[in-house]
Design a protein around this ligand. Structure first.
Ligand SMILES: [Zn+2]
Length: 122
């Protein structure tokens, strides 16, 4: 998978404890479109600033995700797919962005190391 260039500076932030990338769910796959983003036109990354936690943290303005059997607190970012440059109809793109929370999430194994031992909420 090719990532948007803007993600590098996000991932280089020393305070992040984990990072994942995702693309849209298959229902958004547009026939004959990009294999890199599954036709969504954009790539998504979630970066965790704290975690992993065994129990769900209290509601926060930050983004919570349950990944690898643990809770993580962080932020989500999206950017245009570098392969197809987001070649998708505007209406479709808006639908995809609305569903960003339901995206599949993949670990970025060799880019960033993640701590998989859960701990209590600080
Ligand atoms: Zn693409």
């Amino acid at each position: 998978m090719k990532f948007p260039a803007s993600f590098q500076s996000i991932w280089n932030n020393k305070s992040i404890v984990g990072a994942w990338v995702g693309v849209s769910e298959n229902k958004y796959k547009l026939k004959g479109t990009c294999d890199n983003c599954d036709g969504a036109g954009f790539i998504y990354t979630f970066v965790a600033y704290s975690g992993p936690f065994r129990d769900r943290p209290p509601e926060t303005h930050e983004v919570l995700h349950y990944i690898n059997n643990a809770w993580w607190i962080g932020e989500s970012y999206t950017d245009i797919c570098p392969v197809c440059k987001g070649m998708i109809k505007e209406g479709e793109r808006a639908k995809v962005l609305k569903d960003v929370v339901k995206q599949q999430i993949f670990a970025l194994e060799d880019k960033l190391k993640t701590n998989t031992t859960t701990k209590d909420i600080e």
